[in-house]
Structure formats: structure tokens, C-alpha cells
Design a protein around this ligand. Structure first.
Ligand code: IMP
Ligand code: MG
Length: 179
């Protein structure tokens, strides 16, 4: 079923249904539950875009784990500005801890690089990355993405927490901008 929505002046069309998203989240949770079954993990959710993914993923974890949040912003409208601002920083002791970063989407990788730069000085035992979505055509960094839910083309999307100028986060499906 192809549904069209309008956000500000742009039209978007259904791209990934919530049913598909749930299957992907199930798979990622299974992998994490298996890989960290004997460990204690500190998850770091990256706000705002990841909030729905974080909630869905976290409910499915059965390992010993905690969660904290980091808030960053790099996008202005539909373009990555390349400059990443930290809006809420880390105030958790992560030294010697197994840290797993939860991202909604990795595009150029600039945000992810900035996140890693902020965490490394605190000397965690390891940093793993889980991202629901990856745009391989846009990703320019060398940082290994340990858990990738889905690879998508380099088009602007909204829904399931992802926004266009702050709007569109409320939809449970993911929509892609109409060309
Ligand atoms: P990057 O720094 O270019 O990798 O961009 C990553 C961040 O930009 C993500 O955490 C998202 O919050 C946001 N972002 C990237 N692509 C999209 C998109 O297609 N729609 C909405 N937000 C996006
Ligand atoms: Mg984000």
C-alpha cells in the first residue's frame, strides 16, 4: 500500500513499513542478545532521531544492560551541514565499560565520527555501533558499523523518529521524499 504524506512543502511516499522495520529490529536484538549474552552493556542512544528505534530495540534485549543518551544535531532541512553540535553530553562513567551506540541512520558518517571522538577519551573497553539504516552511497568514513539493520539508497527519508525540519517523526512507517 503506497501512502503519500505532505510535510511542510515536500511530498513523501511509503518506503519501509513498520512490519518490515519490526523484522529488522528483531534480527538486530537477536544478534546483540547473542553476542553480549555474558556481558554487561551500556547502550548510548543518539537523540533525537533514534528514539523510536531505541525503544523498540531495548524492549527486545534480555542481556544485562543499561542505557543513557547523547543528543547531537547535524541536519538542517534535508541536508547534512557537516557540522555536528552536541546538545546533551555524556555524564555516565564509561571507563572500562562495553559501550554500544544506537543510531537511527548513518549517512555521511560525520555524526558517528563525532560521537566516537567524544567517547574515546573516557576509555571504554570497547565501542560497538548499531544503526537501523545505512546509506552506503553517502558513507565516507572508515569506522566499522558492527550491526546494520538495512542499507538504503541515498535519498531523504522521514518517519519512525526521523524528521524533516523537526516534523514527520511521528509516523510509524518510513517514507521517502518524492523526486
Ligand atoms: P551523517 O552525520 O551525515 O551521517 O548524518 C547522520 C544523522 O543525520 C542521523 O543521525 C540522522 O539524525 C540524520 N539523517 C541522516 N539522513 C537522514 C534522512 O534521510 N532523514 C532524516 N534524517 C537523516
Ligand atoms: Mg540521528
Amino acid at each position: 500500500m503506497n501512502n503519500t504524506i505532505r510535510i511542510l512543502e515536500k511530498e513523501f511516499v511509503t518506503f519501509i513499513s513498520y512490519i518490515e522495520i519490526e523484522k529488522v529490529v528483531d534480527r538486530l536484538a537477536c544478534q546483540l542478545n547473542n553476542d553480549f549474552r555474558n556481558d554487561e552493556v551500556l547502550f548510548i542512544g543518539i537523540l533525537n532521531g533514534s528514539f523510536m528505534f531505541i525503544a523498540d530495540l531495548f524492549k527486545r534485549l534480555n542481556i544485562k544492560c543499561r542505557i543513557t543518551f547523547l543528543k547531537l544535531a547535524s541536519y538542517l532541512g534535508t541536508e547534512s551541514t557537516g557540522k555536528v553540535q552536541t546538545l546533551i553530553g555524556i555524564n555516565e562513567d564509561i571507563r572500562g565499560k562495553i559501550v554500544v551506540v544506537i543510531e537511527d541512520i548513518v549517512d555521511s558518517g560525520v555524526t558517528l565520527e563525532k560521537i566516537i571522538e567524544q567517547l574515546v577519551p573516557y576509555e571504554p573497553a570497547m565501542i560497538k555501533i548499531v544503526t537501523l539504516l545505512l546509506k552506503p552511497g553517502a558513507y565516507k568514513k572508515k569506522i566499522k558499523l558492527d550491526y546494520v539493520g538495512m542499507e538504503i539508497p541515498d535519498n531523504f527519508i522521514v518517519g519512525y523518529g526521523l524528521d524533516y525540519d523537526g516534523f514527520g517523526r511521528n509516523y510509524e512507517d518510513i517514507y521517502v521524499v518524492k523526486q
